[in-house]
Write a protein that binds this ligand. Structure first.
Ligand SMILES: [Fe+2]
Length: 311
């Protein structure tokens, strides 16, 4: 399959202007991931079958309330094929995390994707890349949040609306950024309906990809169809420095109460290298975030909502 990938551009409509826009503005591009054959339902089902249990995230919503109470589930012996069927009729959200760590083919593809970006943007050097595959139910939502590293979202099947909000203190306080980076929250932020008056809404269709500025808050709303998407994350030196600065400010504020406010991503304000290196070591080269949670349900393709409660 990979030989097919090698022969084509993964981004099919790249233009010189995208180099200036990438990571700084909302950028919408076209991709050829579907043509690799690696993201068909059969291929995804196989990935679900092979996904280590620790890397398979499964969430659902409490049926009674719209907001919160996420509950967590397990595959529970269901095949990948049945899991997709169950998600198609339920209200679930499955995340196959870090696919590149346990599937060499996808690691190779991920490298090809970022090699292509780096060839097109000489100043763009990534030192860590992640690929996650998201399989989510019709009308499923991801609540208002922000992410700690560079992000892109690649649509494979179905349609979803992505709402992107300005990266401004009106929509996310500096303290919220710190909380996210220090992992004191699950990355959900305070959201109010009027925020939408300032949002950019993108309907992401198969073959579309978007990427947005670092820390820009966003939320996602699936249309009334199964959605299969690929989420990619990347770290560059600038992103890492920004992380270190915010992290350092957060630690200072919590330990000695200094009202550190400087968040320039460069220069003398960068949190001491040694500390950053320590963090890097502590987190084993990635940001730990997959807190172990109680499991409430398992997949059952024959159940009305595609899931049954675990007693
Ligand atoms: Fe996100």
């Amino acid at each position: 399959m990979n030989s097919m990938v090698m022969n084509r551009d993964i981004i099919t409509n790249w233009a010189p202007r995208h180099e200036r826009l990438f990571g700084r503005e909302l950028v919408q591009l076209q991709h050829s991931l579907r043509e690799t054959g690696m993201f068909t339902r059969d291929a995804i089902a196989k990935l679900i079958d092979n996904c280590p249990a620790d890397d398979l995230g499964l969430e659902s919503m409490c049926v009674e309330t719209d907001r919160p109470d996420r509950i967590y589930g397990v595959l529970g012996g269901a095949s990948g094929k049945d899991a997709i069927k169950a998600i198609e009729k339920g209200r679930m959200w499955m995340n196959l995390r870090r696919v590149m760590d346990w599937s060499p083919e996808y690691k190779k593809l991920l490298d090809e994707i970022f090699n292509e970006f780096e060839a097109r943007m000489p100043g763009f050097k990534t030192f860590k890349r992640n690929m996650h595959i998201l399989i989510s139910s019709p009308n499923a939502k991801v609540f208002y949040h922000a992410d700690i590293q560079g992000q892109s979202l690649w649509q494979i099947e179905g349609v979803k609306s992505v709402y992107l909000y300005p990266r401004s203190e009106a929509f996310m306080s500096p303290q919220s950024v710190e909380k996210i980076l220090l992992r004191e929250t699950d990355e959900d932020l305070e959201y109010q309906n009027w925020f939408d008056d300032y949002a950019t809404k993108v309907d992401l269709k198969p073959g579309n990809m978007i990427t947005w500025p670092l820390y820009a808050p966003h939320r996602v709303q699936n249309h009334d169809c199964l959605n299969i998407s690929v989420a990619m994350e990347h770290w560059t030196k600038a992103i890492w420095n920004s992380y270190a600065v915010h992290y350092g400010n957060g630690v200072l504020r919590r330990t000695v109460g200094v009202g550190a406010k400087t968040t320039n991503d460069y220069g003398m304000h960068v949190y001491p290298k040694a500390a950053a290196a320590f963090m890097w070591k502590k987190f084993g080269g990635q940001i730990a975030g997959d807190v172990v949670k109680a499991r409430h349900f398992r997949i059952d393709a024959s159940a009305p909502e595609g899931r049954v409660d675990i007693a």
